[in-house]
Design a protein around this ligand. Structure first.
Ligand code: C2O
Ligand code: CU
Length: 510
């Protein structure tokens, strides 16, 4: 039996098929044909009449040379109309507001600090996804903030300009905290992004677009019931920055969308029905040059900066079409056949000119570059349903110990026909190869999270730099958050050469 739920949407009804149970029978039925038409969600069933919410840029104060932000995790209520009746308020969580959080923004070379406060009734944390920083500042499960508590991480921004993000990472509860709304963007600038010919007016032609899907129950409340579906809860309500059926008035010839898959489980394939776009940056910063694409796949945690061109008076929609999930057991049950619109772009009758996307290398490009010939260590990570190398996450166990300064190759492979999204803290890696072949060009840029097509070997090149700690680990894990919470995570230390730290029970304090 396959689990089906329907989401009513003001006169429309759409069905998303989910559930792993009974999938085998359906797989057999599906064998040989690419898709089951009935499980494809309609792409025109929400009216796009809500203005896209733009998370405000976070205020900051430079105190003794440190750019200092503050973020408070809190409860609130949000209207997700038209997915619910107007007037229905949904209980949500947010940073400094009811849902999501402000966009933090800082420049390479700056020292930043964040005054984090937790006004929730339970412990949470704030992890700086994609950031290179000391492990004690990372905001993982070892840096939880108790209810009523505060936390004051500080670090120096030393990595390329990029679209990063922040979200909670409490042990075993990350899925719920992100799903309720705790997440925001963290944009980094550097000499290359500053000088680039790219749309860069925040909220005007340079838009944060945090895409998430939800299940809303009959009372309009967020539903995170674990019905056994893989890879987690797949919702029929899709939102951008918390706006369902969002539109944005475009006033320039080109817009830059900073796409973040902030969903807990769903993998998207973003594109437009009537045009291609330029991919300009992946998770960790600019590509070498703009890459023209028709669509880009983003698994939970991944980002893409794209630039799309519009003619005066035109309207188009960012959509997510059927996602190629690789050889997963039952693509239709894992969201692979779902298709829907996400964001409508409405071009004004007069558009201000935008330059062709172009940029040069950063002054840091050479120092940032990774060289596979320098790799001295290769590690292997095998992912099954929930375990990595046969182990479930244990906060008191160190799984890997790396030496600072070393370049390493991580060979990562999902051994089961199930989607996983592999994320490594502290570094931006390069995808060297997939099953020995060059990665597709959209995976050639700096990455911190990568979708793992089942039974393929991804060789990831990374270098550990600057920060060491014999007692406080970084994490690597599946970014499908139910998988992560259920144990699909491991811990690694980065240590000085000659350190006695070894894999095994975590010694010392944190
Ligand atoms: Cu975005 Cu360890 O997570
Ligand atoms: Cu996973």
């Amino acid at each position: 039996m396959s689990y089906t739920h329907s989401v009513g949407e003001r006169g429309h009804r759409r069905t998303v098929v989910g559930g792993a149970a009974g999938v085998v029978a359906l797989v057999l039925l599906a064998a040989g044909c690419g898709a089951i038409p009935g499980s494809v969600t309609s792409v025109d069933d929400v009216s796009f009449d809500q203005e896209l919410a733009i998370p405000p840029l976070a205020e900051s104060e430079v105190i003794d040379g440190v750019r200092t932000f503050s973020l408070t995790a809190q409860e609130g209520t949000t209207s997700f109309a038209p997915a619910v009746e107007p007037g229905t308020e949904t209980e949500t969580w947010g940073f400094d507001g009811a849902y999501l959080g402000p966009t933090l923004r800082a420049e390479r070379g700056e020292r930043v600090a964040v005054d984090v406060a937790n006004d929730l009734d339970e412990a949470t944390s704030v992890h700086w996804h994609g950031m290179h920083l000391p492990p004690s500042m990372d905001g993982g499960p070892h840096q939880e903030v108790e209810p009523g508590g505060t936390w004051h991480p500080t670090w120096e921004i030393d990595q390329p300009g990029a679209t990063l993000w922040y979200h909670p990472h409490p042990h075993g509860a990350t899925e719920e905290h992100v799903y309720r709304g705790l997440a925001g963007m963290f944009i980094l600038d550097d000499d290359a992004t500053r000088a680039a010919d790219l749309p860069s007016a925040y909220g005007v032609d340079d838009l944060p677009v945090i895409v998430q899907d939800k299940v809303l129950d009959d009372a309009g409340q967020l539903d995170l019931t674990d019905d056994g579906a893989e890879p987690g809860t797949l919702g029929g309500v899709v939102m951008a920055n918390g706006t369902v059926g969002a539109f944005h008035e475009v006033t320039t010839e080109r817009v830059r969308l900073r796409l973040l898959n902030g969903s807990t489980a769903r993998t998207y394939t973003f594109g437009f029905p009537d045009r291609s776009f330029d991919l300009v940056a992946s998770d960790g910063g600019l590509l070498e040059a703009p890459l023209e694409l028709d669509h880009v796949r983003l698994a939970p945690g991944e980002r893409a900066e794209i630039v799309v061109q519009l003619a005066a008076g035109e309207t188009t929609r960012l959509a997510s079409t059927e996602a190629d999930l690789g050889s997963v057991a039952a693509p239709f049950a894992m969201g692979g056949n779902d298709a829907f619109d996400v964001l409508e772009l409405r071009a004004a009758d007069d558009l201000a000119p935008s330059p062709e996307p172009a940029w040069g290398p950063s002054q840091h490009a050479e120092a940032d570059a990774l060289d596979p010939d320098e790799a001295t260590v290769t590690r292997t990570f095998e992912l099954d349903e929930r375990r990595i190398n046969g182990e479930l996450m244990d906060m008191s166990r160190i799984d890997e110990v790396a030496t600072v300064g070393d370049t390493e190759i991580w060979e990562v492979r999902s051994t089961v026909p199930m989607p996983h999204s592999f994320h490594v803290h502290d570094v931006q890696f390069r995808v060297l190869s997939i099953d020995g072949d060059e990665p597709p060009p959209e995976l050639a840029g700096p990455k911190d999270t990568v979708y793992l097509e089942p039974r393929r070997t991804y060789r990831l090149l990374m270098r550990f730099q600057d920060y060491t700690d014999d007692a406080v680990p970084y994490m690597y894990h599946c970014h499908m958050l139910r998988h992560e919470d259920e144990g699909m995570m491991g811990q690694f230390l980065v240590v000085e050469p000659g350190s006695e730290a070894t894999p095994g029970p975590l010694r010392g304090s944190h």
